[in-house]
Design a protein around this ligand. Structure first.
Ligand SMILES: Nc1ncnc2c1ncn2[C@@H]1O[C@H](COP(=O)(O)OP(=O)(O)OP(=O)(O)O)[C@@H](O)[C@H]1O
Ligand SMILES: [Mg+2]
Length: 220
């Protein structure tokens, strides 16, 4: 589902490369945890995979038949992202001026799903994350845990084959974090998607199928 090879990245003005010659893959249906100390480059790696940042070298092949997102232009990257990738950010990124239902509908718009299907798909996802009846609520009236569940629903609603999650429970108390993570894993498995989940939590990492550790020397 995801094959990364020879990947190298150095941010402009940075004294050393964040990573070079990284290689790993995530199989169809596999959930992989990505751990490593703060500042090591986990978010940068995820952003490269999502086509939101560009590596200096290497290939990032997504799906089958495989498409190297690094080689695509902006428009084609956006189209691949809209079709195949779901992203859960640390800080929710739920848009405050849209209702919960409209927020979850954004990926459906981007993926070109017929409008007639939006309400039922949104409802199904909201029920799946334990928030039935929340479609017309405004994000400002939701708790942190509820917002993160909305973010999970939004990452999954267009049935992407690959979910990328960057510290999906970083802003939550441990109990809520545990519940949200269990939900994310359950939903990813229900959709038979693959996932790469960045986390600082041992507990979260151990709930995944496999753990990759990013170090200054590369992946372990
Ligand atoms: N756009 C950018 N331009 C320049 N430097 C950047 C940019 N983005 C990140 N960096 C730097 O690259 C390094 C890696 O950042 P990154 O956000 O990938 O780390 P991380 O492993 O996700 O850390 P954390 O666990 O704290 O989220 C940091 O030193 C950061 O300051
Ligand atoms: Mg990060």
């Amino acid at each position: 589902m995801l094959t990364v090879s020879g990947l190298a990245k150095r941010h402009r003005e940075a004294s050393r490369a964040l990573f070079s010659d990284l290689a790993f893959s995530v199989a169809a249906g596999e959930i992989v945890a990505l751990v490593g100390e703060s500042g090591i480059g986990k978010s940068t790696l995820l952003n490269c995979i999502a086509g939101l940042d560009t590596p200096d070298d290497g290939a990032i092949e997504i799906g089958s038949p495989a498409v190297d997102i690094v080689r695509l232009g902006e428009a084609a990257r956006a189209a691949l992202r809209a079709r195949s990738i779901g992203f859960v950010f640390q800080a929710f990124h739920v848009l405050p001026t849209l209702t919960v239902g409209q927020n979850i509908g954004v990926p459906l718009l981007l993926a070109g799903v017929p409008p007639a299907e939006h309400a039922s798909r949104t409802q199904a996802l909201l029920t799946g994350v334990g928030l039935p009846g929340f479609a017309d609520r405004w994000p400002a009236s939701l708790s942190g845990g509820e917002l993160q569940r909305v973010a999970i629903a939004r990452a999954l609603v267009h049935r992407p084959r690959l979910i990328l999650a960057d510290e999906p429970t970083g802003n939550l108390d441990p109990r809520t974090a545990g519940q949200v993570l269990t939900l994310l894993l359950e939903r990813v498995r229900a959709q038979r998607a693959s996932a790469l989940i960045v986390t600082h939590s041992r507990h979260v990492a151990e709930a995944c199928d496999r753990i990759l550790t990013l170090t200054p020397q590369g992946l372990e």
